[in-house]
Every structure is written in C-alpha cells, then in structure tokens.
Design a protein around this ligand. Structure first.
Ligand SMILES: Cc1cc2nc3c(=O)[nH]c(=O)nc-3n(C[C@H](O)[C@H](O)[C@H](O)COP(=O)(O)O)c2cc1C
Length: 361
C-alpha cells in the first residue's frame, strides 16, 4: 500500500479556502515548501485561467485547484425562491443595496470550470460535495492531474476510492467552511477529525489528507500519528497578509473563541462551519431559506456589500474550531512554524511514551 503523494515536499497543505484564498497566498505557501490549493468554486472559467497564470507568475512550484462538484440542479418553485429572496430584503435595506427584480440564480458553468482546470493542468485537482462523473475523472487522469476528493465519513471515503480517485481528504466536523458531505447530511453526521482520520485510513488504501481543526504544529503531528499522509489547514492561514480575508472578517476571527462557531446553512443552503452572527441566528430555520446552491446565489450581493462596508453581522465568517490558534503571520512564517511545532510535538510524544514501561500481558 503506497500512501505517498509524489509531489508533496512537506506534510503541510494549504486548504482550498474560497473567498479569502488568493493566488498570492497559494504562491507564498507553495514557495515556503508546502502544497497549496486555490479554491475556484465561485470563479468563472476565465477567472480560473487568469488566477492560474498569476500563480505561475509568482512561483514555479506545483499547486492545486479546487472546485465544488455540481450534480444536476434541483429544480425549485419560483415562489420558494421569491420568498427566500424577499426574506433577505431587510438586510439589503440596512446595507443600502437594491432589491432584486428577479432572484439571482446560481451560474451554470461547472463543465466550463472543469475545462479550464484541464487546460491549466495544475499538479492536483481537489473537489468537494460529491464525485465527478467517470468521464471527468478519466479526463483529469489523462491530463496527468492528481485527484483528491473530500469525505466526511468512511462511506464517502470508500466511494471516492472506488471511483478511482488518487487520494482522500478526510474532513472532520471541526473544519471551517462548507462540509464536503455527499452521502450524509453534513449538518447531522458530524465526525471529528480524531475519530474520522484513523477509520478512513483503515478503510481505504489511497493516501489520506486530514483536515479540520488543525490549528498548529501539534495538530499536524497528531494527524500524522493517526496515519494521514498530510495535514490540510484552512483557518490557520486566514490571518496571513496574503489572504484576502476582509477587515471585518479578520476582526471577528481575532475575537472568536472555540465556542463561537456553528454549523449553519443560512448563507448557502449547505452545511458549513463559521462564526455565529446575526444571519446564522435569524436564518436558522429551513423554511426561511432556499436550498443549495440557490441560497448561495441569493445571499451573494449581501455578503459582497457587507465585506465592503465592514459589517461582520451579514458576512459568512467561515472558521474552524481552532480559529483561536490562528496568528497574524506571513504565510511562509506559518508554514515554517507548523513544521517546527510538529517536530517538537512528535518528539514530545515519543519521549512521553518511551518512559512508560509496558508490562508483559
Ligand atoms: C474560508 C473557508 C473557505 C473554504 N472554501 C472551501 C472550498 O472552496 N472548497 C473546499 O473544498 N473546501 C473549502 N473549505 C474547507 C477547507 O478546505 C478545509 O476543509 C478546512 O479549512 C479545514 O479545517 P480548518 O479550517 O479547521 O483548518 C473552506 C474553509 C474555509 C475556512
């Protein structure tokens, strides 16, 4: 069984973090010796091409692109969409932005996004919310792109391996941002990283990347001990100057403690972990929202305006449970610190265990 990921130069991976992620952050982390993703689920195909070009201007190191897997769009009644949209007008009034004449709809550009990835040929392609169809997986392999799928349960990890995916990202419930769940409801099946990673490692033969609540090098050492090939961190990089995290978001992260995050469907209709705020509280009831990805399209103008106006109460403040461990350091410094801390933590663990006598059974 080979759990190596051939192009990894260290066991640290910058998670795809749509929103705060920038080509500059991806390039800085790649240059610092870790593997780095750029999340492009909300990018138009041409924007993906431009971002890839920008990363290649900034670094000659390998990197990955990430997308949300889109399945057939569930059709919804017009009045459900209008009602969910009208529910958001209070926020639009408070932010001084226009109501929609017609509710915004999610863009249908997934196939073109995949085409852009195939053309760009990043070292790796990671995805969440499902499994691409067999033709897409074959095309990615044909292009020499390493594939990584996201699982939040053992069943999902097995399904990814069966589909021929090269590696699995085991995402624990502590993780910031959207949960990758596709066979279970991400809001109800909440398995923590410490429990999920070793069970996924036992269930599949492909490499496992651990994600969720890894806030510093101690967490990196811990998931390597659980059998993961690498640790993928998102929240830990949100305060880096290279990240596009808005000032209001940064301030909320700095204030937040481990108790302050919740799993919410308020912003997108899909389960995601973020810092609780007015929107997560007021739209907690399903009857007040449209399903994913419609809700995501409906709230986009509000989130954009709130970021410009520094209004954290209307922002999706995606963050994991270890957000209090995030530091305002340059990306390269974060990578360096994670490696030093991980080494120290593993020595400490080995030393603690060495001195324990194990009695004969
Ligand atoms: C701001 C933010 C945006 C995210 N966007 C994406 C995304 O676009 N695609 C994806 O697969 N995962 C996304 N995630 C999840 C991360 O890839 C990763 O699983 C998570 O950050 C790991 O947990 P941590 O935040 O505790 O480190 C996002 C997470 C955050 C915090």
């Amino acid at each position: 069984m080979n759990r190596q990921i051939p192009f990894l130069r260290s066991p640290i991976v910058l998670a795809p973090i749509a929103g705060p992620g920038t080509p500059e952050l991806t390039a800085a982390v790649a240059d610092a010796g870790a593997f780095a993703f750029l999340a492009s689920p909300y990018s138009a195909p041409d924007a993906i091409r431009r971002d890839v070009e920008r990363i290649r201007e900034l670094t000659d190191k390998p990197f990955g692109i990430n997308l949300f897997v889109e399945s057939e769009l569930q059709q919804i009644e017009d009045d459900v969409l209008h009602q969910a949209d009208a529910r958001l007008d209070t926020y639009r009034d408070e932010l001084g932005i226009a109501h929609h004449e017609r509710p915004a709809r999610p863009p249908a550009h997934y196939r073109e996004q995949i085409e852009a990835v195939l053309e760009a040929r990043p070292q790796a392609f990671s995805f969440t919310f499902g499994i691409p169809d067999a033709g897409t997986i074959a095309a990615l392999k044909e292009a020499g792109i390493y594939t990584i799928g996201t699982a939040t349960s053992v069943e999902e990890a097995r399904a990814l391996e069966e589909a021929g995916i090269d590696a699995v990202c085991a995402q624990g419930a502590e993780a910031g941002g959207h949960r990758g769940s596709f066979l279970n409801d991400g809001a109800n099946v909440l398995i923590g990283t410490l429990a999920l990673v070793p069970q996924v490692v036992d269930a599949v033969t492909i490499p496992v990347i651990a994600a969720g609540g890894i806030g510093d090098g101690r967490g990196v050492a811990a998931v390597l001990a659980l059998g993961a090939t690498a640790a993928q961190l998102g929240t830990a990089f949100l305060l880096a100057p290279e990240a596009g995290t808005s000032p209001a978001y940064r301030a909320a992260l700095i204030r937040a403690s481990a108790r302050d995050t919740v799993i919410t469907k308020a912003f997108s209709g899909k389960a995601a972990r973020g810092i609780a705020n007015r929107v997560t509280q007021e739209l907690s009831d399903e009857s007040l929202r449209a399903p994913y990805p419609y809700q995501n399209a409906l709230t986009r103008d509000i989130r954009n305006a709130a970021a410009k106006q520094d209004r954290a109460e209307y922002l999706s403040l995606w963050a994991g449970q270890a957000s209090a461990l995030a530091r305002e350091e340059r990306a390269a410094q974060i990578v360096r610190r994670l490696l030093i801390e991980a080494r120290e933590a593993s020595v400490q663990a080995a030393t603690a265990l060495e001195t324990i006598p194990i009695t004969q059974g």
